[in-house]
Structures are given as structure tokens and as C-alpha cells.
Write a protein that binds this ligand. Structure first.
Ligand code: NAD
Ligand code: UFG
Length: 334
């Protein structure tokens, strides 16, 4: 099976490429490198011992995308490409709507023209209304809090409409919870530009002395230790979820939605304490005011993916912290 990964040199895409290549899939990648590096292609090849065809193109450019599809003869597409920084999306909503929606519409046009019938899409837990009962179920109320989340919700709807209109297109929408960690090789991982917004890359940089201390946003939430709760999932488990979705989509008609999480919530302090037990208490932290837009607590109902995709996570919070630390150390040497 030949699969095109859009945004495949990014954090989740690169780990998925490794899992698919290891499993015998033929993988091609299109990425504009707006949030990734070309050297990641070589690292994917180094880990797997297999070759990857890479196109440095922007999905917003339909002529270039068309050329890729003309050559490709893909059996399936996994669509990771997009902008993903929540805060930035509040400041630059039009850039987010334009990039995320236009790239998806172009992709769907090419899939229609070249008769590609299988699509897996990276959605997010942030499409859920925070009023839903915990754990979040796929059938829960949808009401994203920011433009980034709204792009995900709109894309979900566009994909459902296109499945209905075409009749022969099947899609799996995966709503990721909080992916962290890295591949065990230490060659690929999460490497954001500038000062990280997300918790784990911030922690690893404090541990390596690149940042002074972690600010924990809020310690007066109604949780066991006052800090927010999230469903952290090892990125390699998440990547394996895509392989299972590809297995499922072979015989699927229409569109299905699955949460990808572990089903367990951990607090920010749980993550910091676990990390500190591994690195020898190098992560200094201070309590800071709440971050605007943060929800107190969210974690997945993971039962639909378990039953429908046979998805079960393997890795613990300790594994996630160890692999993230290993990647940051490895990345710092060079
Ligand atoms: P990432 O930024 O590491 O990867 C996205 C990749 O897409 C990057 O390599 C970037 O260069 C590329 N890209 C962006 N716009 C493009 C365009 N117009 N044309 C071609 N390439 C383009 O992000 P990630 O963490 O790997 O996330 C992958 C997907 O999963 C995204 O759609 C993201 O919104 C979604 N998601 C991520 C998380 C998370 O916490 N990381 C959670 C939920 C959903
Ligand atoms: N946090 C801190 N200090 C930091 C960074 C984060 O205390 O320096 C806290 C946050 O307040 C939150 C938790 O750590 O309580 C996790 O924050 P992240 O920024 O790592 O992740 P979010 O849950 O805010 O959002 C992430 C992705 C979204 C995705 C969502 C899905 O950034 O794209 O998970 O649940 F949609």
C-alpha cells in the first residue's frame, strides 16, 4: 500500500512514517518545512533502513499538489499538514483559516481528480466543548475555544460532506489528545522553534539548562493537586494508531471519528514529578497565573478506538518522559 503523508516531516508525521515503513508500507511525504527540517527525512531513513520520497511543496499551491498526485497513484492519504499553535491562531485567525482549510480543500480536490479513496485526518481534542462530561466521548458536544480548534471542526465537516458527495471516499478522523515523548532512537522528536508553548518541550529544555524554570499555569484548579489534568499519550503509540486506522479504512464505507488518548488523566505536577524522578530533579518550577483558555481537566474515553481499531497504548508516563529527555539530550549534542 502506498501512502502520502502531508506534513510528514513534522512531529507526529515523522513518527508515523517510521511505524508505516517498519510495517512494509511505501511512504511518500509532502511538507513545506514551515515547522520542520529536511534532515528529518534522513533520520526516518536511518531508523528504518528504507527510502522515502519527499516533495518540498505547500498544499496551498494546487498546481504543485496536482503534479505530486499525477505521479503518485496513492492508496491512501494521511493529512497532518497544518498550523497548530493555539495562541498564534487567536492573533492570526485568517492565516490559520486560509492555510488549514485551503490545504485540505486542495487535497480533497486532488483526491477526487485522481480517484484516491482513503483519507485519515489529524483532528484534536480541542474540538470538544469543555462542558462535556468526562471522559470525552466522540459523541460529545463540539465547541472549540479558538480559531485553531475551529479549523479542525470545519475540516471534519468538510471531509464528511465530501464523503457523502463522492460516495466512494472513506475517511477516519482521529482526535488526538496530548502527544508527548519521542522515538527510542533519540533521532526524531518534538523540536519547536523558539520558546515552546507546550509543556513537555518546555520541561526538557529546563532540564538541559536551556530555559531557567517552568511556569506552571495555575495551581488553584479543582483537581487533586490544583494543576490541570490532560491525557498525555506517547507519540509512538499515537503513530501506531494511524497504522491501525489504515487497517480499518481498507474495508470502511463513509466516515468515522475516533479519540486517540490513553483514557487516563495526569496533572501538570504528575508530569513534572515523573520527569524529575528520571533526570535528578533538574526541572525547577514556579507557580504562575492560569493561562487563558486552558480547561481544567480533559481526558479521552478511549473505548471506541479500542473496540473499533484494536487500539491499545503500550507506553507509560515514565516512558514518555524518558524518551522526551533522551531526544532533547541527543538533540543538544549536535
Ligand atoms: P508539526 O507542526 O510538527 O507538523 C505539521 C507539519 O506540516 C510540519 O512539518 C509543517 O512544516 C507542515 N505544514 C504546515 N503547513 C503546511 C502546508 N501548507 N503545506 C505543506 N506542509 C505544511 O505538528 P504535529 O504536532 O506533528 O501535528 C500534526 C497534526 O496533528 C497537525 O494537523 C496538528 O494540528 C494535529 N494535532 C497535533 C497535536 C499536538 O499536540 N501535537 C494535537 C492535536 C492535533
Ligand atoms: N503548561 C504549563 N506550563 C507551560 C506549558 C503548559 O503549566 O509552560 C500546562 C498547561 O497549562 C496545560 C498543560 O500544561 O495545563 C498542557 O499544556 P500544553 O500546552 O502542552 O497542551 P494543551 O492541552 O494546552 O493543548 C495541546 C495542543 C493542542 C491540542 C490539545 C489537545 O497544544 O494543539 O493538546 O488536547 F489540541
Amino acid at each position: 500500500m502506498k501512502v502520502l503523508l502531508t506534513g510528514g516531516l513534522g512531529y507526529i508525521g515523522s513518527h508515523t512514517a517510521v511505524e508505516l515503513l517498519d510495517d512494509g508500507y511505501e511512504v511518500e511525504i509532502v511538507d513545506n518545512l514551515s515547522n520542520s527540517k529536511e534532515e528529518t527525512k534522513g533520520k526516518i531513513e536511518q531508523i528504518t533502513g528504507k527510502k522515502v520520497v519527499f516533495y518540498k511543496e505547500d498544499l496551498c499551491n494546487i498546481e504543485k499538489l496536482d503534479e505530486i498526485f499525477k505521479k503518485g497513484k496513492y492508496d491512501a492519504i494521511i493529512h497532518f499538514a497544518g498550523l497548530k499553535a493555539v495562541g498564534e491562531s487567536v492573533e492570526q485567525p485568517l492565516r490559520y483559516y486560509e492555510t488549514n482549510l485551503l490545504s485540505t480543500i486542495n487535497l480533497l480536490k486532488c483526491m477526487r481528480k485522481y480517484d484516491v479513496k482513503k483519507l485519515i485526518f489529524s483532528s484534536s481534542a480541542c474540538v470538544y466543548s469543555m462542558d462535556n462530561e468526562l471522559p470525552f466521548k466522540e459523541t460529545g458536544k463540539l465547541s472549540p475555544l479558538n480559531p485553531y480548534g475551529r479549523t479542525k471542526l470545519f475540516i471534519e465537516e468538510i471531509i464528511k460532506d465530501e464523503c457523502f458527495a463522492r460516495g466512494d471516499l472513506s475517511a477516519i478522523i482521529l482526535r488526538y489528545f496530548n502527544p508527548i515523548g519521542a522515538h527510542k532512537s533519540g533521532l526524531i522528536g518534538e523540536d519547536p522553534n523558539g520558546i515552546p508553548n507546550n509543556l513537555m518541550p518546555y520541561i526538557t529544555r529546563v532540564a538541559l539548562g536551556k530555559l531557567d524554570h517552568l511556569n506552571i499555569f495555575g495551581h488553584d484548579y479543582h483537581t487533586k493537586d490544583g494543576t490541570c489534568i490532560r491525557d498525555y499519550i506517547h507519540v509512538v503509540d499515537l503513530a501506531r494508531g494511524h497504522k491501525l486506522a489504515l487497517d480499518k479504512i481498507k474495508d470502511l464505507k463513509g466516515c468515522e471519528v475516533y479519540n486517540l488518548g490513553t483514557g487516563t488523566g495526569y496533572s501538570v505536577l504528575d508530569v513534572v514529578n515523573t520527569f524529575n524522578s528520571i533526570c535528578g530533579d533538574k526541572v525547577r518550577y514556579e507557580f504562575a497565573p492560569r493561562r487563558e483558555g486552558d480547561s481544567e481537566c480533559n481526558y479521552a474515553d478511549a473505548s471506541k478506538a479500542k473496540n473499533g481499531l484494536n487500539f491499545k497504548t503500550k507506553y507509560s508516563l515514565k516512558d514518555m518522559c524518558e524518551s522526551a529527555y533522551n531526544y532533547e539530550k541527543n538533540n543538544t549534542k549536535k
